[in-house]
Design a protein around this ligand. Structure first.
Ligand code: PRX
Length: 652
C-alpha cells in the first residue's frame, strides 16, 4: 500500500496557468454528483450541435446493456473540430506535421485543414462511401491520417484505424469483421531505419480475405519514393485522386448515437474486438477530458506521441485538441533515432508546450544519459503527461526532474479504448501529485474497487476497478457482438462497468494501478490477449498446445513468453524461431515473443487447466515461492520447466 508515497503539492507549479481552484474543482465534483443531468448538458455545450440535445444519459448497465447519450442531439464532429474555429482562428496552426528525414516541418492552419478534409470527403464520396459505411485507415504518423479521419467524420462514414504493426492476417481479419468498403493506406513508410511495406501488406491482406472482405477501393498516400503495384480500377494515388475536388463539403448531419468510429483492441478471447464509439458522447468526452487536463491556450502546442491507431491517437492527437481549438502535432520520428534525444530536438524546434507519451517511451528516453536532455532547450514545456501503463515512481521522477526541470506537472492519466478518454487524472496545478499514481477520477466519474468477495471496498484498499455510472465517452458496443460486450464488461458485478484492471486506493483517495486481472498483457502500451497468441499457434497442426504469458520487461513494461508443446513427429522441425515467426505473421511485429520454450508438458490442475499464475512466475525465472502447488496434477513438471527456463536464460 502506498501510505508513504511522496506527495508533490500543487503549489510547486505556482506559475502554471490553472483553469480553476481546488475549491472550484470540488464544487464541480459535487455538482456533477448532485445534478448529473444539468452537469452533462453543460459539458455538451463544449461542442457544436445542429440540434442541441435535451437528454443526457438514457439506458442501463443491466439487462441487455444499452448506453445512449444526448440522444436527441444532432451534430457533425468535423464542424466542431474545424468550421466553428474559422471565425476566430482560421490562420492559427491546427496541425504541425513533422516527418523524419525532412527539413521542412509542415504547419497546417485551421482553414487549410478544413479545405484538405473537404477534398478527401469528396474523394471518399466519389468512391461510393456512404454514411455509416466503414473506411479502414492504415497509415503511418502523417497528416493524411488526421485529414482522412476528419473526412470520414464529414461524410458520416465510420473510420477504423488499423495499426501499421498488424500482419497481413491481422489486417485481413479486421477488414472482414468491420466490413470496410474502402481503404486508405501508404505505399510504404520508414520507421527509423526500417522500411515498412504498408501497401504490400494491405494487398496481401486483401488477397487472403478475397471473397470475404468488401473493400472496393484504395487510396494510397505516397510517403516515400518506393514504387508499389497499383491495381487498376481499385487503387488510386491519394494526392492525384483528391486534386480536382472542391474545398468545401456540406457536412452530413449525424444523430448523437450514430456510430462515429471503431477501434480494434484485445480482450481475453482470441478474436479481436472492434470497440464502437458514437458521435455525440465521444466528442463531448474528448473535449471535456482534454479541456480539463490539456487546456489549450493560444500558442500552446500539444504533442502526443501516440500512434493514431490507438485511442490516445484519436482523443489526444486529434479530436480533443482540435475540438478545443488547439494546435496539435503529429510526427513519425522515433525517440532516439537517428540521434539520441531526437524527440527533445523536436520539442525545442516546434516549441512544444504540452508533451504526452507512454511510460515505455519514458523508460527508453531515461536510458540515455541525462546530458542528452540537458543539451536541448526544453523551456517551452509546461505540462508533461503519460498514459497506457503504470509509471514507476523513478520513471516519473526522471520525467519530472530532468525533462520538466521540476517546473512541469506530470499528469498520469488512466484510460482505455473503451473509455474514450481519460477517467483518472489530475487537474494540473490544482491537485497534488503522487509519482506512480494516476490520481483521482475526473468530475462526473464514480468509481469503485470491489474485492474478491464482491464487496465494495470503502476508503483505502485494493480490488477490481469498476466504474459505477455511465459517462458520455463510454463505448456503446462491440461491433457485431453486443453479447460479448455485455459479458465482458457488465457481468462481473451487475450494474457496474468492469475495467479488467486491479487497483489500490490510498487514504487520500488516489488510485494506483496494478495491471490487468484478465489474460491481457500490455507490451509497450499495446494490448495483446494471450488467447490471440495461443489461437494463432493452434492453427499449426504441428503444435499440440501452447500457453502465452506476460512477464515484466524493463523497457516494454511487459514482454511475451510462450511455452509450446510440439507434436512428437515435428520435434526438431519446429524451432523457437518457427514459433516466433508464426506469431509475427499471424498477429504482427509488436507481438514478437521475448522467449519461446519448447516443452513436453505444462503445469496443470487435476482437471487439466493450465496454471498460468505459476507459469508466469516460472517464465520470470522464479524457482522458489511459487505459491500453493497442491492443486497440481503433476509436480515434476514444475521442476522441469524451472530448469529449462534457467538453462535457456543462461545461454542467451
Ligand atoms: O491496463 C490498463 C492500461 O492500459 C489498458 C488500456 O489500454 P488501451 O485500451 O490500449 O488504452 C490505453 C489508453 C491510455 C488499461 O486497462 N493503462 C492505461 N492507462 C494506464 C494504464 N495502466 C496504468 N496506468 C495508466 N495510466
Amino acid at each position: 500500500m502506498h501510505h508513504n508515497a511522496k506527495v508533490i503539492s500543487a503549489n510547486t507549479y505556482a506559475g502554471y496557468p490553472t483553469i480553476m481552484t481546488l475549491q472550484e474543482l470540488e464544487a464541480m465534483r459535487e455538482y456533477a454528483h448532485r445534478d448529473p443531468h444539468a452537469f452533462w448538458l453543460k459539458q455538451a455545450e463544449r461542442i457544436h450541435w445542429y440540434r442541441k440535445p435535451t437528454q443526457t444519459f438514457s439506458g442501463s448497465f443491466e439487462g441487455d446493456v444499452s448506453i445512449r447519450w444526448y440522444e436527441d442531439g444532432q451534430l457533425n464532429a468535423s464542424v466542431s473540430c474545424l468550421d466553428r474555429h474559422l471565425a476566430e482562428r482560421a490562420e492559427q496552426v491546427a496541425l504541425i506535421s513533422q516527418r523524419e528525414g525532412r527539413q521542412d516541418i509542415e504547419k497546417i492552419t485551421y482553414a487549410d485543414l478544413l479545405a484538405r478534409v473537404c477534398r478527401v470527403a469528396h474523394a471518399l464520396k466519389s468512391l461510393g462511401v456512404e454514411k455509416g459505411q466503414r473506411v479502414a485507415i492504415c497509415l503511418p504518423m502523417v497528416s493524411e491520417a488526421v485529414v482522412t479521419m476528419l473526412a470520414c467524420a464529414r461524410i458520416g462514414a465510420v473510420h477504423v484505424v488499423l495499426f501499421g504493426g498488424f500482419s497481413a492476417e491481422g489486417i485481413a481479419e479486421r477488414l472482414v469483421d468491420s466490413g470496410a468498403v474502402a481503404v486508405v493506406t501508404a505505399n510504404a513508410a520508414y520507421r527509423g531505419p526500417k522500411l515498412i511495406p504498408f501497401k504490400e501488406t494491405m494487398d496481401e491482406a486483401l488477397q487472403k480475405s478475397e471473397g470475404a472482405h468488401k473493400v472496393r477501393s484504395m487510396l494510397v498516400v505516397r510517403t516515400t519514393n518506393e514504387n508499389v503495384s497499383m491495381q487498376h480500377g481499385r487503387d488510386h494515388d491519394f494526392h492525384e485522386y483528391i486534386k480536382g475536388f472542391a474545398t468545401e463539403f456540406t457536412p452530413v448531419i449525424m444523430d448523437a448515437e450514430d456510430p462515429f468510429f471503431m477501434l480494434y483492441t484485445s480482450g481475453s478471447t482470441g478474436k479481436p474486438k472492434a470497440i464502437v464509439h458514437t458521435c455525440g458522447g465521444y466528442l463531448v468526452w474528448a473535449s471535456y477530458t482534454m479541456g480539463m487536463i490539456y487546456t489549450h491556450q493560444r500558442g500552446d502546442v500539444l504533442w502526443c506521441t501516440a500512434d493514431v491507431a490507438w485511442i490516445t491517437g484519436h482523443t489526444s492527437v486529434l479530436y480533443g485538441p482540435l475540438c478545443n481549438g488547439g494546435t496539435t502535432m503529429i510526427s513519425d520520428s522515433l525517440p532516439n533515432y537517428p540521434v539520441p534525444g531526437r524527440w527533445w530536438d523536436l520539442v525545442e524546434q516546434c516549441k512544444v508546450t504540452m508533451f504526452f507519451t507512454a511510460p515505455t517511451a519514458v523508460r527508453a528516453l531515461m536510458a540515455e544519459d541525462d546530458v542528452v536532455v540537458k543539451r536541448r532547450d526544453l523551456s517551452s514545456l509546461k505540462l508533461l503527461g503519460v498514459a497506457g501503463e503504470p509509471t514507476s515512481p523513478d520513471g516519473w521522477a526522471w520525467y519530472h526532474d530532468v525533462v520538466g526541470q521540476g517546473r512541469c506537472p506530470v499528469i498520469d492519466t488512466w484510460w482505455q479504448t473503451e473509455t474514450g478518454g481519460p477517467i483518472l487524472g489530475a487537474i494540473p496545478g490544482v491537485q497534488s501529485l503522487k509519482p506512480g499514481s494516476a490520481t483521482t477520477p475526473l468530475p462526473g466519474i464514480s468509481m469503485s474497487l470491489i474485492d474478491q468477495n464482491g464487496s465494495v471496498v470503502e476508503g483505502s484498499g485494493e480490488g477490481g476497478l469498476f466504474i459505477n455510472k455511465s459517462w458520455p465517452g463510454q463505448a456503446r458496443t462491440i461491433w457485431g457482438d453486443h453479447e460479448r460486450f455485455r459479458q465482458t464488461y457488465f457481468t462481473m458485478v451487475p450494474g457496474r462497468y468492469f475495467s479488467g484492471d486491479a487497483a489500490q486506493r490510498d487514504d487520500d483517495g488516489y488510485y494506483w494501478l496494478m495491471g490487468r486481472m484478465d489474460d491481457v498483457i500490455n507490451i509497450a502500451g499495446h494490448r495483446l490477449g494471450t488467447a490471440e497468441v495461443e489461437d494463432a499457434l493452434a492453427e499449426d497442426h504441428r503444435i499440440v498446445e501452447s500457453a502465452a504469458v506476460g512477464v515484466s520487461h524493463g523497457l516494454k513494461g511487459q514482454g511475451l513468453v510462450v511455452f509450446v508443446i510440439v507434436r512428437k513427429e515435428a520435434v526438431g522441425e519446429v524451432t523457437e524461431k518457427t514459433v516466433s515467426d508464426l506469431i509475427v505473421s499471424k498477429i504482427g511485429r509488436y507481438a514478437v515473443p521475448e522467449s519461446v520454450y519448447l516443452v513436453p508438458d505444462l503445469p496443470r490442475t487435476r482437471s487439466g487447466k493450465i496454471v498460468r499464475r505459476l507459469l508466469r512466475k516460472i517464465a520470470e525465472g522464479h524457482t522458489e515461492n511459487l505459491g500453493d502447488l497442491s492443486s497440481l496434477n503433476d509436480m515434476s513438471v514444475v521442476g522441469m520447466l524451472c530448469e529449462r527456463v534457467k538453462k535457456q536464460k543462461a545461454s542467451s
